[in-house]
Design a protein around this ligand. Structure first.
Ligand code: MG
Length: 511
C-alpha cells in the first residue's frame, strides 16, 4: 500500500514536470511561428536569443536530477522502459516516451548540443547563399562540420547495427535502417516499372491551364473554403503565409498552419494548404485527456506525414473531391479555368513527370527523390561518401533513379534545407508517410464503403471521425508500428501504396 502511494506520487510529480515542459514548448512554438509569419526582419537576433534561452531551460528541466530520480523510483530503466506493471496503458506510454526523451537528452553532452545549434545556425545561412549562387563549395565546409557532429551524436546515442539507426530514431522511433532498406527494395522496382509505363504511354496530359494567372487573394479565399469544408476548426487555428508551409501546435486548442501561393501556378497554394491541413487535423484530433502531456503529439513523423499526404493526395487529388470543389473553383477563376472540364482538371493535377525538385514532384516519382537522399545519407554516415563528392554522387543517383540530371547544384544537391539544419535521417519519414497513408486509407474504405459518395457531396465528417477514432485520438500512446497493426491488422506493407498508384494511374494514363 505504502509502495503504491509512493509510486502514484512520483508519477504525479513527473507529470507536473512534463506539463510545464509542454507549456514551455508551446511558448517556444509561438515565438517560432511569429518569426516565420509576422516578425519584422530586424528582430531576428533577439528572437534567436529568446528561443535559445527557452531551449536551455527546457533542457535543464528535462535532464534534472529530479526527473532522473523520479524515473528511477518508478522502476523505469533501460530494460524496463515502461516501469511497473501496475500502470495503465496511458501511464506506461507516458513513462516510455518520457524516458526515451530523457535518455536521448542525457546521452548527449551539452557541448555537443550547443555546438550543433551554433553550426546549424551558421550553415542555414550559408546553405541559402550556396543555393542562391548554385555553388556547393560554399556549403561544403559547413556540411562537413554538421556531419562530424552528427556522427558524434550517433556514437553518443549508441546503436547495434547501423549508426544511421539512432539518427532515424529521432524522427521515426523504433524504425530500423535495415527495415527501411527492405521496404525500399520491395517497392523500388515496381515503382520504376510503373513510371516507365506512364512515361512511355501515348497519353499526353495538358497542364497549361494550371500555369495561368491565379490571383493570390482568391487562392486564399478558396483555401479557407476547402479547409473549413474538410473539418479544420478556425476557432482553434489560423491560416497564414510563410516561405515554407508548416503546421505548428501552440496548445490543444491552437494548431496553426501556413501555406504559400504562387500567382502563376495553381497547385502550390492549394495542395500546400491541404497537406498542412492534414497535419493540423491530426494534432487537433488528439484526445483531450492527453492535453499538456508529451503524449499529445503525433506518434512519429511518418504517421504525421501519412495524415498530410492522405488529405493532399489520396483525398485531395481524387476525382470525387474535385467533383465537389471544381464548380466553386471555376467560378473563382473563370479566366484560367472557364474552358476546362472536370476530368481534364483532375488529370492535370495528377500529371506524372520525372522532375528535379522533390517538393514539386508528383506522388508517383516522389518516393524516388526520397530514396536518392536516403542512399546518399547512408553513404555519408558510413564514411563511404565524402561531402566534397556529393554533387557528383547526387547527379549519378538522380540519373539512375529518375533518368535526368540537374543542370546545376541549386536544382540538385542544394535544393533541400534539411542537411543545413542537421536533420540527417529525416527524409525517409516522407516515404513512410506515403506508404502508411495508402494502407490506412484502404482500411478506411473497408469500414466506410461509400466514402466516395460522401466526398462528392463535400461531406468529410465520417472520414474525420474515423481518422480521429483510429489514428488521431491516441496521440503518442502507440508507437507507429503498433498503431499500424491496430488500425489495419498488419504491419507496414508497401503493396497498398503500389496498388493505389496502379489503380489510379492505369486509369489516368490508360495503361
Ligand atoms: Mg508534411
Amino acid at each position: 500500500m505504502r509502495m503504491e502511494i509512493t509510486l502514484a506520487k512520483s508519477l504525479d510529480r513527473l507529470k507536473k514536470i512534463d506539463a510545464e515542459l509542454q507549456k514551455l514548448a508551446h511558448i517556444s512554438a509561438l515565438l517560432s511561428w511569429d518569426q516565420e509569419t509576422f516578425m519584422p526582419d530586424e528582430a531576428v537576433g533577439e528572437r534567436a536569443e529568446q528561443l535559445a534561452l527557452l531551449e536551455g531551460i527546457m533542457h535543464d528541466r528535462f535532464t534534472s536530477s529530479e526527473a532522473g530520480e523520479l524515473l528511477g523510483s518508478l522502476g523505469v530503466g533501460k530494460d524496463t522502459p515502461t516501469g511497473s506493471d501496475d500502470f495503465n496503458d496511458n501511464e506506461r506510454a507516458f513513462l516510455r516516451e518520457f524516458y526515451r526523451r530523457y535518455r536521448r537528452k542525457t546521452q548527449l553532452p551539452r557541448r555537443l548540443v550547443t555546438e550543433m545549434a551554433r553550426q546549424t545556425a551558421i550553415a542555414r545561412k550559408e546553405w541559402a547563399k550556396a543555393r542562391a549562387e548554385s555553388n556547393f563549395s560554399i556549403f561544403a565546409p559547413h556540411l562537413d562540420k554538421i556531419l562530424a557532429l552528427t556522427l558524434e551524436v550517433a556514437e553518443c546515442l549508441g546503436y547495434e547495427d547501423s549508426p544511421y539507426d539512432p539518427l532515424l530514431d529521432e524522427y521515426e522511433p523504433w524504425m530500423k535502417t535495415s527495415k527501411l532498406e527492405e521496404i525500399f527494395r520491395n517497392f523500388q522496382e515496381k515503382l520504376m516499372e510503373l513510371i516507365s509505363r506512364i512515361v512511355n504511354s501515348e497519353k499526353r496530359i495538358d497542364t497549361h491551364f494550371l500555369m495561368q494567372e491565379y490571383d493570390t487573394n482568391v487562392q486564399r479565399d478558396f483555401s479557407l473554403h476547402v479547409l473549413k469544408t474538410i473539418g479544420y476548426d478556425f476557432s482553434k487555428g489560423r491560416l497564414d503565409v510563410s516561405a515554407h508551409p508548416f503546421t505548428t501546435t501552440l496548445g490543444c486548442s491552437d494548431v496553426r498552419l501556413t501555406t504559400r501561393y504562387n500567382r502563376n501556378y495553381f497547385n502550390t497554394g492549394i495542395f500546400g494548404t491541404i497537406h498542412e491541413g492534414g497535419h493540423a487535423l491530426y494534432e487537433l484530433g488528439i484526445s483531450a485527456e492527453l492535453q499538456d502531456t508529451l503524449l499529445a503529439d503525433g506518434t512519429s513523423m511518418g504517421i504525421h506525414e501519412s495524415q498530410s499526404r492522405m488529405w493532399e493526395n489520396i483525398i485531395g487529388r481524387s476525382l470525387p473531391f474535385w467533383k465537389h470543389f471544381f464548380p466553386g473553383l471555376k467560378s473563382r477563376f473563370p479566366e484560367a479555368l472557364g474552358d476546362v472540364d472536370l476530368v481534364s482538371f483532375y488529370r492535370a493535377i495528377n500529371a506524372v513527370q520525372p522532375s528535379l525538385i522533390r517538393v514539386e514532384a508528383d506522388e508517383v516519382t516522389y518516393n524516388l527523390h526520397i530514396l536518392l537522399r536516403f542512399n546518399l545519407e547512408k553513404r555519408l554516415i558510413s564514411g563511404d561518401l565524402k561531402v566534397k563528392d556529393m554533387p557528383e554522387a547526387w547527379n549519378e543517383e538522380c540519373r539512375s533513379l529518375l533518368g535526368i540530371v540537374p543542370p546545376n547544384d541549386a536544382d540538385g544537391v542544394l535544393q533541400d534545407i534539411h542537411w543545413s539544419m542537421g536533420s540527417i535521417g529525416y527524409f525517409p519519414t516522407y516515404s513512410l508517410g506515403n506508404l502508411y497513408s495508402a494502407q490506412f486509407f484502404k482500411a478506411l474504405e473497408q469500414d466506410l464503403p461509400d466514402i466516395d459518395g460522401s466526398i462528392e457531396i463535400g461531406d468529410f465528417q465520417e472520414i474525420l471521425k474515423w481518422l480521429r477514432q483510429k489514428i488521431h485520438s491516441p496521440g503518442r500512446v502507440y508507437p507507429a508500428g503498433e498503431l499500424c497493426e491496430r488500425v489495419t491488422g498488419e504491419s507496414l506493407n508497401p503493396d497498398y501504396f503500389m496498388d493505389y498508384l496502379e489503380n489510379k494511374y492505369s486509369d489516368i494514363y490508360g495503361i
